[in-house]
Write a protein that binds this ligand. Structure first.
Ligand SMILES: C[S@@+](CC[C@H](N)C(=O)[O-])C[C@H]1O[C@@H](n2cnc3c(N)ncnc32)[C@H](O)[C@@H]1O
Length: 230
C-alpha cells in the first residue's frame, strides 16, 4: 500500500480558512498517508469508529468511500476536533462524519458489545502504555461484531533507518505538544509484536507496509474472530 490516489485540492478546500501552517500540515499528511486505501479495508456499511481521529482525515476518506457508513471520530484535542467538524460540514456527502472530543479509551468503553462494524486506530497505539494497548485491543474485540474489522497503523520498530526517523518525528511531535498525549514516553513494537498483541485480543491479522517508504508504517487489518474474545 505505497501508492496514494489523494485529491489534495479537495482536502485543501475542506480546510480553507485555517492557518497556513495547519493547511500545509494537513496537505502533507494527506499526501503521505494513504487514507483512502486505509478506508477501503474497513466495512462499507455500518458504524465505524475513528479513534484518535485528529483533523478527521480518515473519517473524511471513509465518507468519500461509501455513503452507507455511520462514521464517528473521537479525539481529545478540541482544536483538531473543531477543524474536523468544519471540514465535514463543507464536505458534500450523504454520510457526514460526526466528531466528539474525548479520551479514546473511555469512549470505546461506552459502546455496547458487537455494536460496531469497524474501528480505525491510525498512529495512536504508541501513545498508550503496553498494558493499556492490550486492554484497548480487547475492548475493540468486544465492541466489534463478529467478522468486524479493526484497522491499525503502527510503526514497525524493527524497520531500520525509516523506523528511527519515524520514532524521532513522533517523539518530537509529542514533546513539543504538537500532538497531545498524556504520556511522552512512546511505546513501539515490531510487526511480530503488534501481530501477536492483536491475535491475543481475538483477531485474525494480516499486515502490509502503509505509506511513504521514508517511514516504517505498517497497516494491520485485523478481523474479529467469530468466537468470543478471551
Ligand atoms: C498522530 S495523530 C493521528 C491522527 C489520525 N488518526 C490520523 O491518522 O490522521 C494522533 C492523534 O491521537 C490523539 N490522541 C492521542 N492520545 C489520545 C487519547 N488518549 N484520547 C484521544 N485522542 C488521543 C491526538 O490528539 C492526535 O490527534
Amino acid at each position: 500500500m505505497r501508492t496514494h490516489s489523494a485529491n489534495t485540492t479537495r482536502i485543501g478546500f475542506l480546510f480553507s480558512g485555517t492557518p497556513l501552517s495547519t493547511r500545509w500540515f494537513i496537505r502533507l499528511r494527506w499526501k503521505l498517508t494513504p487514507y483512502r486505501e486505509i478506508a477501503a479495508v474497513l466495512p462499507t456499511a455500518g458504524r465505524v469508529l475513528d479513534l484518535g481521529s485528529g483533523h478527521g482525515l480518515l473519517s473524511l476518506a471513509l465518507s468519500m468511500g461509501s455513503d452507507k457508513r455511520e462514521i464517528i471520530g473521537i479525539d481529545h484535542d478540541q482544536a483538531r476536533v473543531r477543524l474536523a467538524e468544519r471540514a465535514a460540514a463543507r464536505h458534500a456527502s450523504l454520510c457526514k462524519p460526526r466528531f466528539e472530543v474525548g479520551d479514546l479509551e473511555k469512549a470505546l468503553a461506552t459502546f455496547a458489545s458487537g455494536s460496531l462494524s469497524g474501528i480505525a486506530m491510525i498512529d495512536i497505539l504508541h501513545y498508550l502504555a503496553p498494558a493499556s494497548q492490550a486492554a484497548l485491543l480487547h475492548e475493540a474485540a468486544r465492541v466489534l461484531e463478529p467478522g468486524g474489522i479493526l484497522a491499525v497503523r503502527e510503526i514497525d520498530s524493527e524497520g531500520g533507518v525509516a523506523a528511527v526517523w519515524n520514532r524521532f518525528y513522533e517523539n518530537v511531535a509529542t514533546r513539543i505538544g504538537f500532538t497531545q498525549s498524556a504520556r511522552t514516553h512512546l511505546e513501539f513494537r515490531s510487526v511480530t509484536g503488534w501481530t501477536s498483541l492483536l491475535e491475543t485480543a481475538g483477531f485474525d491479522v494480516r499486515s502490509e507496509p502503509c505509506g511513504s517508504p521514508i517511514f516504517s508504517d505498517v497497516l494491520f487489518v485485523a478481523r474479529r474472530t467469530v468466537q468470543s474474545p478471551k
